[in-house]
Design a protein around this ligand. Structure first.
Ligand code: UDP
Length: 253
């Protein structure tokens, strides 16, 4: 984005502590406004979309814990996180998910001049997601794409490609915690102002995540269908009982 005026000072966003980690108390509109402010600064900011599985993983992963603690914005990205916040006496208005953030940034891209880069998922998925977003939001600037399967030797070329794209926003879809660690390691090399870990977002935006059969949809059990058909989701769901137990014992410690 071409900056024409000095960025306004941004007010600090209130944060709760859930399982010892910050989660910012804000809705989608406030999250998008915060990101708008980050883009205007022209300096790198890390946005974490936190679900219950991430907060549990961070209990045993000091590197992930430090990254979340230092992130510029941590959004509440699951009903589990909303439930934990409520137990702490803070009714958060809504989930602020990676999929919705990326879609809203695409919707704003033309008018705000945001340049987005999609990095992650299997071969061809980021390109399909970019094509669908550009068709849905005419004028959206998706300035680069790269699949998320790579070797250490590919990293300098990936970093150079993102930098050369002059993206303002880099959506990193490598799964938790790989995407958070990748962003932390390369944040200052990419030339972008917003670096956001978005999990399976590109699969969804590309139209490749199969919807559940009608029966599951009618019973509001789409989540169950996804768990049953995606082994990675199953491993995440297995972390939920520990999340509930930890929150019940001592939600904010
Ligand atoms: N992925 C990737 N590189 C990897 C591992 C995973 O690009 O080395 C992608 C995978 O194809 C999928 C996304 O990362 O698009 C992970 O999606 P998931 O919904 O499992 O993410 P999470 O639940 O961890 O947020």
């Amino acid at each position: 984005m071409t900056q024409t005026t000095a960025p306004p000072p941004t007010a600090p966003i209130p944060a709760l502590a859930i399982l010892g980690l910050p989660v910012h108390a804000l809705d989608m509109t406030a999250a998008l406004d915060a990101m708008d402010g980050f883009v205007r600064t022209g300096t790198p900011h890390h946005i974490v979309t936190a679900d219950a599985s991430m907060l549990v993983m961070a209990q045993d992963d000091a590197e992930l814990r430090a990254i979340i603690a230092q992130a510029d914005l941590v959004t509440p990205d699951s009903v589990g996180v909303l439930w934990a916040a409520k137990r702490l006496g803070h009714a958060l208005p809504e989930r602020v998910s990676g999929v919705e953030i990326v879609e809203q940034l695409c919707a704003r891209s033309a008018s705000k001049n945001y340049r987005l880069y999609f990095f992650g998922a299997s071969a061809g998925i980021a390109e399909q997601a970019a094509a669908r977003m550009q068709a849905k939001y005419p004028g959206a600037h998706i300035v680069g794409t790269r699949s998320g399967f790579f070797t250490d030797g590919d990293v300098p070329a990936i970093v150079a490609d993102i930098r050369a794209s002059r993206a303002d926003v880099v959506c990193v879809a490598l799964g938790i915690p790989k995407q958070e660690k990748w962003i932390a390691a390369h944040k200052y090399e990419l030339g972008a102002s917003v670096l956001i870990g978005v999990g399976g977002t590109l699969d969804v935006l590309s139209g490749n995540t199969r919807r559940a059969p009608r029966l599951f949809q009618a019973a509001r059990l789409e989540w169950l269908w996804r768990v049953l058909t995606n082994p990675r989701k199953l491993s995440k769901v297995k972390l939920l009982p520990r999340f509930v137990r930890l929150v019940r014992q001592n939600p904010s410690f």
